[in-house]
Design a binder for this molecule. Structure first.
Ligand code: GTP
Ligand code: MG
Length: 305
């Protein structure tokens, strides 16, 4: 039997496409991707510049497949890592069938929002303006803020959402699908991302560092998964190194009597177990790699290039 006969038949009006989410940091792009997919594919935090890679979130229905491309927040980079992040976000747009310009509806447009709008204006990709965090927007500011964001560019359409609560997310999905071209399924049903479990495990560890630590420490860390192996079908062994830039940061990540590292490890383990549906034995190390965010070779070594 030929392979194509095994692929379930799709209706003749099947729609599909790549949809890039772009915007300044912390507007809720990753939260929105997770809400659209209905599953956590990207880590989220209340600190800006959480997402560092291009991350796919795939929605498959009988009539359509949407491949969401979550991207790092666009900002003025202060080091090579920031430059890589901004380039990653910019590159996602020309390859997309549709772009979502995600903004924080509860705040005024910022300089960074204008930079994103300017970048989008130079592309031929249609753009939907998504005013997220509508749960934070007071009724008397709705018109003012909607007008202010609409003035930033030419948009095919606009909508308001609360990614956190899920408000208007199903409606946004319908709006997106209605604007996608006719096309095939790119990924098999059931696949929600292209990231490996190994990569996501590293991200889930980084998410806990972002949650538990403050100031410059979360930005100065990178997580590398050194070992990821199935000891038994119901038990996964994971070893990972948390890289920091300075000795003082190493002390903070480890904490008094190692308590902080224990807290990071146990919270991350719960999340990784949920993803893998196995028990997880997690061992964490902390190492100093001076100025890794500005060093090309070190960046490559910790997985950013
Ligand atoms: N109130 C409210 N908070 C939200 C909403 N969506 C996201 N957030 C919060 O905003 C913060 C940032 O969310 P992320 O999804 O990490 O934002 P992001 O745009 O992906 O950020 P970067 O990856 O840094 O570019 C988190 O604390 C979220 O819980 C929303 O609709 N309403
Ligand atoms: Mg993000």
């Amino acid at each position: 039997m030929s392979e194509s006969l095994l692929i379930p038949e799709q209706p003749p009006n099947h729609r599909s496409g790549f949809v890039a989410l772009v915007g300044r940091p912390s507007v809720g792009k990753s939260t929105l991707v997770n809400a659209l997919v209905g599953q956590k594919v990207a880590i989220v935090s209340n600190k800006p510049q959480t997402t560092r890679n291009r991350i796919l979130g795939i929605v498959t229905r009988a009539d359509s497949q949407v491949v969401f491309v979550d991207t790092p927040g666009i900002h003025r980079p202060m080091h090579k890592l920031g430059e890589i992040m901004v380039t990653t976000a910019q590159r996602a747009v020309p390859d997309a069938d549709l772009a979502l310009f995600v903004v924080d509806a509860s705040a005024n447009p910022s300089e960074e929002d204008r930079i994103v709008a300017h970048m989008l204006a130079g592309r031929r990709v249609p753009v939907l303006l998504v005013l997220n965090k509508m749960d934070h927007l007071s009724a008397d500011r709705v018109k003012m803020n909607v007008d202010a964001y609409q003035a930033l560019g030419q948009f095919a359409d606009w909508t308001m959402t609360s990614a956190l609560r899920g408000d208007n997310v199903p409606e946004l999905l319908e709006l997106i699908i209605s604007r996608l071209p006719l096309g095939p399924r790119y990924f098999p049903e059931g696949q929600v991302t292209d990231a490996t479990e190994r990569f996501i495990a590293g991200e889930l560890i980084r998410e806990q560092v972002l949650r538990l630590l403050r100031e410059e420490v979360p930005y100065s860390i990178a997580v590398v998964v050194d070992k990821f192996s199935e000891r038994r079908p119901d038990l996964t062994d994971i070893e990972a190194t948390i890289y920091v830039e300075k000795d003082s940061q190493k002390g903070i990540v480890i904490g008094r009597s190692g308590q902080m590292l224990k807290d990071i490890g146990s919270a991350a383990r719960v999340e990784i177990q949920r993803m893998l549906d196995t028990q997880v034995f997690l061992k964490l190390w902390v190492k100093v790699q001076p100025k890794w965010r500005s060093d090309q070779a070190a960046l490559r070594q910790v997985g950013y290039s």
